[in-house]
Design a protein around this ligand. Structure first.
Ligand SMILES: NC(=O)c1ccc[n+]([C@@H]2O[C@H](COP(=O)([O-])OP(=O)(O)OC[C@H]3O[C@@H](n4cnc5c(N)ncnc54)[C@H](O)[C@@H]3O)[C@@H](O)[C@H]2O)c1
Length: 295
């Protein structure tokens, strides 16, 4: 049995990860400032510490006697990052640095970092880990700064790491309304309420959707893999236009203005994760959506 720290463990992906780790018999601590987390969804066996990753003393405290850290706490959305670049930087760059310093001081063996496909910006076509970055907003930029810090701690201090660049994550518990909701969550919410679906721009933008339970499994293999110090795309390897996505729902739709800072296309090349982590996505978008509609 291991004792893991999940930063951001009260969030959408974090709650699923904590549940899975506990089901495997591990001990789980969560550091979360509850800015977006939901306390009612936290597993009763998880220990919740409420606080910020910007607090370096607290980071030191919570990484004592921890075997591995899943670092998920972040200012986690692109659009709102335009209005709050400082906060975004403090959480995603400085907060990550605090966690790394604390891991180093307390001898934590490995960190798995939640990276983002926003790294690839406007790259059209399949996106590979070695492609150059293209940052459309402060979120994408600062999440990449976090990646660089993680790699630097591996190179300089031998703190083991793996970086997972998630594509568009969806599944139960995803935000459905407000500035933090992503397209699929909004579509499901509107469909259930019988409201027309709103498509930003032409709807030709394509997205690679990946189910949250596939993300959770990728985290666990990245924590235990022989391969370390690497970046892996974690997506499904197929993408759908927003129009095609809307067609999964038997309800009318309408178009509004395109949002700035949105990428044209996301599409993961997942061959590296398949080869080195022996990880494969298991839940298709069709399966995932029908489960969500039935919920
Ligand atoms: N959801 C996606 O599609 C997606 C895609 C790519 C990457 N990611 C990354 O995955 C991670 C988890 O994303 P999510 O969708 O679960 O987001 P989320 O916003 O639901 O979860 C993030 C959690 O971190 C907490 N948090 C935020 N700032 C904090 C701070 N400064 N100190 C402590 N806690 C803080 C929030 O309260 C929340 O519970 C994030 O790092 C995000 O950048 C998510």
């Amino acid at each position: 049995m291991m004792h893991y720290l999940v930063t951001g463990g009260a969030g959408f992906i974090g709650t699923h990860l904590c549940n899975y780790l506990i089901s495997l018999g591990h001990q789980v601590s969560i550091l979360d400032d509850m800015s977006f987390g939901d306390q009612s969804k936290i597993h009763p066996k998880a220990k919740l510490i409420i606080g910020k990753i910007e607090d370096s003393n607290l980071c030191l405290e919570v990484t004592k006697n921890i075997d591995g850290v899943f670092h998920m706490a972040a200012f986690s959305r692109s659009g709102p990052s335009f209005d709050m670049p400082e906060q975004c930087h403090e959480s995603n760059a400085l907060g990550t640095l605090n966690i790394l310093q604390a891991c180093k001081k307390n001898g934590v063996k490995r960190i798995v970092y939640s990276g983002s496909s926003t790294f690839y910006g406007n790259k059209i076509g399949v996106q590979k880990e070695g492609d150059p970055g293209d940052f459309l907003n402060f979120y994408g930029l600062t999440k990449h700064v976090g990646e660089l810090y993680v790699q630097q701690f591996y190179r300089n201090f031998g703190l083991e790491c793996n970086i997972l660049r998630y594509f568009n994550v969806y599944g139960p518990g995803q935000p459905a309304t407000g500035a933090y909701a992503l397209v699929l969550g909004i579509f499901i919410d509107r469909f259930k309420k019988g409201e027309r679906l709103e498509i930003h721009g032409s709807g030709e933008q394509r997205r690679d959707f990946i189910h949250v339970l596939d993300i959770v499994k990728a985290n666990v293999v990245a924590m235990n893999s022989e391969t370390v110090g690497e970046i892996f795309n974690i997506g499904s390897g197929v993408n759908y236009s927003i129009k095609e996505l809307a067609n999964f729902f038997p309800i009318e739709n309408f178009h509004t203005e395109r949002r700035s800072g949105d990428a044209e296309e996301t599409l993961a090349d997942i061959s590296k994760a398949q080869k080195y982590l022996d990880w494969n996505p298991e839940i298709s978008l069709e399966q995932g959506i029908s489960q969500l509609i039935e919920e």
